[in-house]
Design a protein around this ligand. Sequence first.
Ligand code: HPA
Length: 250
Amino acid sequence: MADLAIIGGTGLTTLKNLEITRHEPMQTPWGEPSGPLVYGHVGHSEVVFLARHGPQHTIPPHRVNYRANLWALREAGAQQVIAVAAVGGIRAELQPGILSIPDQIIDYTWSREHTYFESDLSEVTHIDFTRPYSEELRQALITAARDSGVPLVDGGVYAATQGPRLETAAEIDRLDRDGCSIVGMTGMPEAALARELGLAYAHCAVVANRAAGRGTETITMEDIEASLAAGMETVRRLLETVLPVLLPPA
Ligand code: HPA
């Protein structure tokens, strides 16, 4: 059993510093997760890792089985989830390569399987989502970033868009007016499902590009991948610092 799960997004289909002990394919009442769960150690910390878009990065954001993913991680014993995700930077300080630990979300996605409360309405269905992220996990990530010299923006609003296309410049202007600082395609329903399962969940967002209309005239996958390669090295450094804090040796 692993108390802590890491969900890897674009640019993080494997964790280089994870010493793998086993791969475990899973089935859940909600179908199959994006890939086998990967158990292992980062230093002395036991974790379970799941590549959100599949081990070969073949599942687009609107096709990810978020319900199966979170369910499988909870079955694996996870109580805490660090969700790594690539995002576009809307606000000026969110330049490519910078990490962001948002504290709020606005959901612009549609028609995704977004709840576990489909039929058994005898349970409480209206989870509190005032603060969508675990403040304890957020603070652990922020402190670890300071301790390891990782540049990071504390707080901000994550705009979850439907994808898979990127946004128009006018859409980004609207998100800006709504108060959003970063934009990504996978933050919801993932965060809400984690809350429905009672998991502590936080986002570790890596800015891959300036959002549409905020930087270069066109956004290319090559540019995104180049920024992510550097950004994910930073994520690995951050994880090496934060995991021993969240999972102290017994
Ligand atoms: N928009 C939405 N999702 C993203 C972006 C973006 O600009 N960059 C990486 N994921």
